[in-house]
Design a binder for this molecule. Sequence first.
Ligand code: ADP
Ligand code: MG
Length: 341
Amino acid sequence: MRWTSMKWMRKTALAALLSALLILAGCAPREASRTLFAMDTAVTMTAYGDAAEAGLAAAGDVLTDLEARLSVTRADSEIARLNERGAETLSDTALAVLSRALSAAEATGGAFDPTVYPMVRAWGFFTKEYRVPDAGELDSLRAAGTFRDVRAEGGTVTLAPGMAVDLGGIAKGYAADAMADALGRAGVTSAILSLGGNVRALGEKPDGSAWRVGIRDPNKPDANAAVARIRDCSVVTSGSYQRFFTGEDGTVYHHILDPETGYPVQNELLSVTVFSSDGALADAYATALFVMGKDGALAFWREQSGFEVLLMTKNGEMIATEGLRDVLGDVSPDYTLVWAS
Ligand code: ADP
Ligand code: MG
């Protein structure tokens, strides 16, 4: 008698638990996800709430529109036409992205420079027909001009002969912000977007907790070196491990170029992650700080505001700026965490 009653009690408790879970699941907010391929990367978007589907459709449209205007590889894009003709009247949208890129170039003293494109092309990073250009070739490409030689009058942009621009170093971050805005306008308050090395969080998770974003370990494909807990923030990583090729002599050449020399940046850094509520800034600065190197990047952070930085170095240091104290967790034992202030 006792046993049967205990069994019955257990069964009832189990049934109650199960139905509570089902009710909870029924109450859980709607979730919608979508993956598309744009800006040379897989883009995944997840949104919550009743407006999730409509929000994702709007965000997808924003991304498709930006790509069609900015892509250097689509002959009919505004930027491709500017590069082809040397002068072009741009839409307000394309002009806005270009002007963000030029501001980032100015702020970083040219460490980020959207006019490195002819040199990026010379290395074959766009066609994937890789080659090692010689210093003379790179010098003459550089001599055509820098970001300071981009003229904008009204909506018309003019380049010096031989120059070309590529907004690829800022476009994904800019797009992430514009997509988050579109989601917000559609009524979504909770979403997470991932565009290659760019993650953009809108609001917080539906349960009120922070989003957890893995920071890739540059030495271990598919492993995280740390996890960041973020709300309403962009997290962008640039690293030498993302796109590279190996030359005939065994040298590894990666895709972030020092605009001064046209050669892939060689310093103590493996990756730079920038955290900011401004995704375009985070994207451009991740590239720029990689070019600046460890000391330059930290000096830049000290004199500027609006972003935090995580650097991973070749000698196993993970250097994090003060503002990340409540953000960073699960640091891999392979790294020594150092706080910068
Ligand atoms: P990805 O676009 O691969 O995520 P980044 O955001 O770091 O990487 O941008 C690097 C891309 O920007 C390169 O592929 C190249 O086209 C271009 N680029 C390379 N060096 C620079 C630089 N110093 N400033 C601006 N753009 C750069
Ligand atoms: Mg970038």
